[in-house]
Ligand binder design. Sequence first.
Ligand code: PLP
Length: 354
Amino acid sequence: MKKHNFSAGPSILPQEVFEKAAQAVLEFNNSGLSLLEISHRSKDFVAVMEEARALVLELMGLTGKGYQALFLSGGASLEFVRVPYNFMTKSGKAAYLDTGTWAAAALKEAREFGDTIIVGSSKADNYTYIPKDYTIPADADYFHCTSNNTIFGTQMHSFPETEVPMICDMSSDIFSRKVDFSKFGLIYAGAQKNMGPAGTTLVVVKEELLGKTGRHIPSILDYKQHIDKESMYNTPSVFAVYTSWLTLQWLKNNGGIEAMEKKNDAKAALLYAEIDRNPLFVGTAKTEDRSKMNVTFLLKDEAHTEQFDKMWKAAGISGLAGHRSVGGYRASIYNAMPIESVQVLVDVMKNLAP
Ligand code: PLP
């Protein structure tokens, strides 16, 4: 029986996506060949890439607005490097909001390129909240933020107004809620949480912002090269792109981002209500900054740990252990997680005797 997978990633995908992807591995488009053995330059795969790129922009409301969608390799971690390479001028500086481990990892890479300014940080409080009162210098080359902090269970519920290009790591909440994506100069997201399998990273970039740094950029790191080569500069991760495309179609056929947001709100509300009601549990993130994707919580009394762990495992739940930097539990409730699975977890929490 399939488990209720609360893993932070790689994570659950819709069942129909697993089935269609599995079928394509056996035989792709009645070609007599597996998806894994076709040329990425074959007509059928080029069509997949084109449609996936177009669908991303359509779902984000960015069609015809000067943006390009790319499916690149190297994980979100490589974008930590590509971003300063493509956006930081030689004598310039970049502004970063330090909201967690991944935000700090992005900042660390940018430091290699020039001046970085931390406009706000919640590090001293183990990243339990999102800093709000900060100023982005008007002369920064860009402002970088992380929309959802996968490890600490916090999420930016609003974004600052700024004239500076805003760049956002949306790895763990892409396509989960309505956002005015046109406010951003560049958005990136590793596929393996809300979009597909590990192996590809979605990058959505406003093309007019590129080519202004005066730097020589190695081709593989140059967004312009990837745009010119229609996201086929080098061999793309064919399986990850195809499966992401299947998930994007599933999303569109199920009401798009707006419908997804409603379901995600309901799931998060159900789980947080139990955390707040049940005297045995406590949430780790500041209430107003709680993530609707990664719900982090602790047992107030660790003496219940053994019993609780036995109970959720017996209920067919997997991937609930918290990250070592927070401890306790983390329930990741991405788009494909049905509310019925969240109810299973809530029932286990209810049944834990005080
Ligand atoms: N950014 C965020 C918000 C993440 O959650 C993660 C991984 O969990 C990363 C970046 C790193 O992604 P990758 O492993 O694709 O490099």
